[in-house]
Design a protein around this ligand. Structure first.
Ligand code: RIB
Length: 292
């Protein structure tokens, strides 16, 4: 079982060809609401590939909360660990412009994921072969989960996004850390290659369309991405993380898992929305065949 302890958001996406300057009003092309949140996205990515996945998180008692809860349930994610709190459901304001995105997250109920909620779900956590975390829930909760997992000897994958709240002392407590190139440089203040060399087989840096890299103890292993036409890159990192976790739990090596995650993420950017393009295992298999 993969347990995700993380955010559940409604993504409020606006597509525009003109990006407004400060104080300016422009007309956009498209507005839509789509399920998102890094925690929920990673849960859906792994579940669509066939992993047994549960999520521990929080939504509000509002319409978005109900919709997001039902969405996860329909995606075969176990939802017993979701609590409805008095805060509003988390949202992400996503501005899509020139095949790129800018995101503002308002955490709302996601910040109610606290130590008490973790204790209440301890029996669920004990079933985990891997716990996955991102940084859209309170830092104190992350710290507490790391301690709980250390005590229970459960491996942790930490996707340090957004990177600002990352603490370097967490590194020894995680099995895998998966920043993108920018996050890696924000977290460590050094270029990613220098950082990788200090943490063999632990840090996997994602490099967008260029794929991903890690250090195997002897050399930096670079695994190229699959070149494709991106429609929307929102959630590509989440798809990578969900797929990487799925492959690791299946017993694949880091190299095989990164290769699999690259292909899965490349499929996800071909459709609109964070979860919209996340492929099922059959689709990944077809692409792997095409590549032979
Ligand atoms: O990683 C993409 C996600 O970040 C979006 O779905 C949004 O909700 C934010 O959490």
């Amino acid at each position: 079982m993969i347990t995700i302890i993380g955010s559940i958001n409604m993504d409020i996406a606006i597509q525009t060809t003109i990006f407004p300057k400060q104080g300016e009003t422009v007309l956009g092309n498209l507005f839509t609401t789509i399920p998102g949140g890094k925690g929920a996205n990673q849960a859906v990515a792994a579940a669509r590939l066939g992993s047994d996945v549960q999520i521990i998180g929080a939504v509000g008692k509002d319409a978005f909360g109900t919709e997001l809860y039902m969405n996860l349930k329909n995606e075969n994610v176990h939802v017993d660990g979701i609590q409805k709190t008095d805060n509003s459901t988390g949202i992400a304001n996503i501005l899509l412009h020139n095949n790129d995105n800018r995101i503002i997250v308002v955490p709302g109920a996601n910040f109610d994921v606290d130590q008490k909620m973790i204790d209440a779900n301890l029996e669920l956590i004990k079933q985990s072969a891997l716990v996955m975390l991102q940084l859209e829930i309170p830092v104190e909760t992350i710290e507490y989960v790391l301690k709980v997992c250390e005590d229970l000897a459960i491996p942790v994958l930490l996707n340090p996004a957004p990177a600002a709240n990352f603490k370097q002392e967490w590194i020894d407590k995680v099995s895998y850390l998966t920043p993108n190139e920018t996050e890696c440089e924000v977290m460590f203040g050094e270029d990613y290659e220098t950082v990788l060399k200090q943490y063999p087989n632990k840090i996997i840096v994602t490099l967008g369309g260029e794929g991903a890299a890690y250090f195997d103890g002897n050399q930096i292993i670079r695994i190229a991405g699959y070149k494709t036409k991106a429609v929307d890159t929102t959630g590509a990192g989440d798809t990578f993380n969900g797929a990487f976790a799925h492959a690791i739990i299946e017993g694949k090596s880091i190299e095989e898992a990164v290769r699999f995650a690259n292909i899965t993420a490349s499929l996800s950017v071909e459709k609109f929305g964070a979860q919209g393009g996340m492929p099922r295992i059959e689709d990944v298999m077809i692409r792997l065949e095409e590549m032979k």
